[in-house]
Design a protein around this ligand. Sequence first.
Ligand code: GLY
Ligand code: MN
Ligand code: MN
Length: 437
Amino acid sequence: MKLSQADFKQRRDLLAQHIGSNSIAIIATRAEMYRNRDADYKYRADSSFYYLTGFAEPEAVAVIETFAEGEEYSYSLFCRERNREMEIWNGYRAGIDGAIEIYDADEAYAIDLLDEEIIDKLLNKKRFYYRIGQNAEFDARVSQWIQKADAQQRRGGAPAEMIQLDRIIDEMRLKKSAQEIELMQIASNISAEAHTRAMQSVKPEMMEYALEAELNYIFGKNGCVPAYNSIVGGGENACILHYVENNKPLKDGDLVLIDAACEYEFYASDITRTFPVNGKFSPEQKALYNIVLDAQLAAIDATRIGNHYKYPHEVAVKILTQGLVDLGLLSGNVDELVESEAFRQFFMHGTGHWLGMDVHDVGAYKHGEDWRAYEAGMVVTVEPGLYVAPDDETVDAKWRGIGIRIEDDVLVTENGPLVLTKNVVKTVEEIEQLMAN
Ligand code: GLY
Ligand code: MN
Ligand code: MN
């Protein structure tokens, strides 16, 4: 499934409505990134730019202009011109004709003409919407345009008001359409398949990167790329939250934590599973695992319309703390331990974040001072964990070096939470059974 040009147009229509009459919005894609001598990172367009245009080439800028009330808005796309030699070396370009014919632009220009053409577009507009702070070089160019336009007072000068465009686009992106949910479901299914394969392939003494390769095989075979750097951490490496070296052997008797998921058609998924390298949880691993699982299931259930963003975290923290007290890793009154955040010794991150085109997706978490409430169409991760540092002498040695996280992607719906990533097992029994086969 792919989004159609009509889907992208619908988003531009909505943006044009948001910015009101006699306004202009400018949005640039991101720059190509250099890796090392003559080698770039594979290009990935800016999410918000792609969200509005469906245009995945680098060096492109979209401009939405509105005019008098009731008049049609205009969409211009500045992009690279076609160039036979460059296309032989680096691949196909849509060019100016393609921008109009394929990407539905009303006007299209060579990107080299941007500094020249943009001034006329800025003149006589009331408001200027721009994503300030994304790229210092581009910000400096924009400031020159404003100065140039302002010097032309007789032609209306520069817009008097400048507004952060991200506020509007982020809010649009936060609530997913039916098509976006379909893409996220596909990404989730492929990622779930990858985790299932990892559980079926792992063996003691396998290297963490070799297990990562099993995931990448499923991602690549389905036309996907990892949505973020995969974490494959055996044993105490699971206690390093952003462990991405993935270069140690997996040990018999250890758990392995995998936080890895793919991006499909610009939409991300985000899954973590933790399972035993030899297929069987030890009693200590199982005890801690089941606390995390209970916390995760309760937090998922709390991800409902009207509950505030932090509520699932509060639910998770209470269960984790109770569990840590029951097992003797913490001692004291559970409410007081929650209040003093004693759990942070073992659970030092949040329980979730927005998910969408970006793995840590856009969208405000607060309205003013208050956490915002969940609404239908939002997608959030639910990812509690427990990590006992290998050198934590406050706990019995048998717990040390165990790190566990369980993460799923949850769509908020009128009928309650819907787990997009349900295709990969997560109870102790299900995991052991899958790994036994
Ligand atoms: N994989 C990134 C995260 O879980 O936030
Ligand atoms: Mn996450
Ligand atoms: Mn994750």
